[in-house]
Write a protein of this length. Structure first.
Length: 239
């Protein structure tokens, strides 16, 4: 990992915890952070269990940098458990797992920010500065929610079957359009896989189609016909 450069102001950070199971990454991250946060107590854990043991031992870091994919837990459930044991710590999630739904679920559950794991040192520095200033950091490309339902495009459809889907069905349909399997959808929406299957069954029935492929063809065809190459339509399919 490239270094950050000169130290930045660290009003609230005197201790940090890096929770990541890849030694090369966590070691590089630790070295980079030491250049920025002078005299900061930086500790590491390779599992959620290891992090929780530190909490039981009385360690209360100002900032936790947490990978969603660990040997003993994967996904938002691990983050939620971490938050319960470190209620006063700010948590910056750094993960290779990323989607609009996942990022904003994390933010709703109290994350102070999210960064893709392949982010640059400059972006990480910006995220830390934003969080230290009391803000919440969301990377470019994940900052699109508007007031109310982010899926405003649905309500603009002339096709009544698409416009009248429930909010959860809309979220699931978008992920289906992105090629996500049921297990991935369950993970990103924090649902049981059986619940996702039930939603999809109801969704297909509502649309009057037999399978996911036909549903995707219907949605993408409606978008192409009604919205063409408008940015809103491209954003829907991309995110």
């Amino acid at each position: 990992m490239e270094h950050f450069g000169v130290p930045i102001q660290q009003d609230f950070v005197s201790s940090m915890l890096i929770v990541d199971d890849h030694p090369l990454y966590s070691d590089a991250l630790e070295s980079a952070l030491e250049l920025v946060f002078e005299d900061c107590d930086i500790r590491k854990a390779s599992t959620l269990k290891g992090a929780l043991e530190m909490a039981k031992g009385g360690f209360e870091p100002d900032l936790v940098m947490f990978d969603l994919k660990l040997p003993d837990v994967t996904g938002i459930s691990g983050f939620r458990t971490l938050r319960k044991h470190f209620p006063d710590s700010r948590v910056l999630v750094i993960s290779s797992l990323a989607s609009f739904e996942l990022v904003h679920s994390l933010l709703r559950d109290g994350a102070s920010g999210f960064l893709p794991k392949d982010t640059s040192a400059q972006a990480l520095r910006g995220a830390l500065a934003e969080i230290m200033a009391g803000g919440v950091y969301v990377p470019k490309g994940f900052q699109q929610p508007s007031e109310g339902d982010r899926d405003g495009i649905w309500s603009k459809f002339d096709h009544p079957k698409l416009a009248e889907m429930t909010p959860q069905q809309k979220r699931i349909m978008r992920l289906i359009c992105r090629g996500k399997a049921n297990k991935q959808i369950a993970y990103e929406l924090s649902l049981a896989e059986a619940t996702v299957k039930a939603h999809i069954t109801a969704l297909l029935r509502r649309l009057g189609v037999r399978n996911r492929t036909q549903a995707v063809v219907m949605v993408e065809g409606a978008i192409a016909q009604q919205f063409g190459d408008e940015p809103e339509a491209r954003a829907f399919l991309r995110h």
